[in-house]
Design a protein around this ligand. Structure first.
Ligand code: EPU
Length: 435
């Protein structure tokens, strides 16, 4: 079994280049199915979720190939089925976008219910209500979503009960080729929602207002092929910023859009970390040993503090002086990783959506297990700061969303390595280096 082995305590120094946005890529790749032509998508992160999605796209008949590590070519001119029900579909959340794009282009979709990180119930009822408002009939049977628009989709006005990222994108994608105009009120405003709208507009769509809470989509007859570059990953960037803050040192986080990181930068400054912004990079520094202030954090839809940074920030706050309170405003159960951090010495008390964190001096290395993507990377953060060795299992979950994390961390001077079996592991642990 693949594990990460970390020897903690080495300050981070140097530069890390941020990859393309995972949550933008996993929507833009299915969106190429709306296009009658060839799309070249650049800055695609080399992460497991992307690989999985390209396999699903190939099963549908799209011709998908990587021109280089981060440039994807998709020719979706000929799609031979609107049915995506393989095991692969259940392995990721973003497969729900196949419903919107297949329905939008072909008027029908038959897609397995999505999987993804487990933070409790994650319904897709807003997506379904949106598709119904556009004139389709949607049924769910045996774990499969069947959506049909006998007379094609027709533009409609709707208001989301909550500014859901997935529902906003999915309805927007379905509406692009619908007859007439669609208006989505109380839409999500996340940077990747804007990125997907920009991608679709580059291919001939007419979407206005993405990034505000009202998005207007004027249906067009067809989308054409083209080239598009995905924005940098806001959460990957935030994760490295928090790592540098937690371990100490000074790192340059390059290829970022600082505006997208404002809520994270602001919290780090409140904690006492130095954050310097430039056009497309941020420098984060903290002298190891300096005291960090307690702060309270509540996760909210963008531009609020992102839920996908909650586990990382909570891990950092374990090392702040005093008691911090973290409130999860998006998901019901996103504190499942706390038990693993407790094994490393964390003092965290969870009551529903609230976690009370009492500062400790240090984490201590332990064997721990990643329970989801961001929870997994938080264990990496704790391991980098800990006394002694930390072993992390279930790391495939981390690799769903972090490109080359081991190489990037080694480039910053971290002592981290990967082992694939028990024998190698015992050699690594008994030796003095984690690779
Ligand atoms: N919700 C519903 N019904 C719906 C849709 C959402 O009740 O039809 C609820 C959810 O249960 C949740 C809240 O609304 O409580 C927000 O969910 P949202 O739809 O915004 O999230 P998502 O589309 O399922 C995406 C990301 C998540 C990220 C959230 C919030 C992808 C593939 N996933 O999920 O990313 O946490 O938006 O920003 O884009 C991650 O990258 O680690 C990750 C989990």
């Amino acid at each position: 079994m693949k594990k990460y082995v970390i020897r903690g305590g080495k300050p981070l120094e140097g530069e890390v280049r941020i990859s393309g946005g995972k949550n933008a890529a996993v929507a833009i790749i299915p969106a190429t199915l709306l296009v009658n032509g060839v799309c070249i998508v650049e800055n695609v992160p080399a992460v497991n979720d992307v690989i999985l999605l390209t396999k699903i796209m190939s099963e549908l008949g799209a011709k998908v190939s990587f021109l280089d590590k981060t440039t994807l070519r998709v020719d979706a001119t000929e799609i031979h089925t609107c049915s995506a029900v393989s095991e692969l579909v259940r392995k990721m959340r973003a497969s729900y976008y196949l419903i919107g794009v297949l329905l939008g282009r072909f008027g029908k979709a038959c897609v397995g219910l999505p999987g993804g990180c487990d933070f409790g119930v994650r319904p897709i009822d807003y997506h379904i209500r949106g598709f119904e408002a556009l004139g389709s009939t949607v049924t769910i049977e045996h774990g499969i979503v069947n959506a049909v628009a006998e007379n094609g989709l027709k533009g409609a006005s709707m208001s989301l009960d909550f500014p859901s990222v997935g529902a906003t994108i999915n309805i927007m994608m379905a509406a692009v080729l619908a007859e007439g105009t669609t208006i989505i009120e109380n839409a999500g405003k996340e940077p990747h929602i804007v990125d997907i709208a920009n991608f679709l507009n580059a291919m001939g769509a007419e979407i206005r207002g993405a990034g505000t809470d009202t998005i207007k989509i004027k249906g067009v007859k067809e989308l054409h092929g083209g080239r598009y570059e995905i924005i940098p990953d806001q959460i990957e960037a935030g994760t490295y910023m928090v790592m540098a803050a937690a371990v100490g040192g000074r790192i340059k986080v390059s290829n970022v859009i600082p505006k997208h990181l404002e809520s994270i930068s602001a919290k780090l400054e409140e904690i006492g970390v130095t954050v310097e912004e430039d056009d497309d990079f941020i420098v984060v520094s903290r002298e190891p040993g300096t005291v960090m202030n307690k702060v309270n954090v509540k996760t909210l839809p963008y531009p609020g503090f992102p839920t996908d940074m909650q586990p990382q920030m909570s891990t950092l706050l374990c090392l702040a002086k005093g008691t911090s309170i973290v409130t999860e405003g998006i998901y019901e159960h996103r504190f499942r990783y706390v038990d693993e951090l407790r094994r490393m010495g964390a003092k965290m008390d969870v009551d529903g959506r609230v976690c009370v964190i009492t500062g400790i001096e240090k984490f201590s290395g332990a064997s721990v297990c990643a329970c989801d993507l961001r929870a997994g990377v938080s264990l990496v953060i704790a391991g980098l700061c800990a006394d002694g060795m930390t072993e992390i299992t279930n790391v495939h979950l981390i690799e769903r969303g972090y490109e080359d994390i081991i190489e990037k961390l080694k480039g910053l001077g971290a002592s981290i390595g990967v082992v694939d079996d028990e024998e190698n592991l015992s050699q690594q642990v008994s030796g003095t280096t984690a690779g």
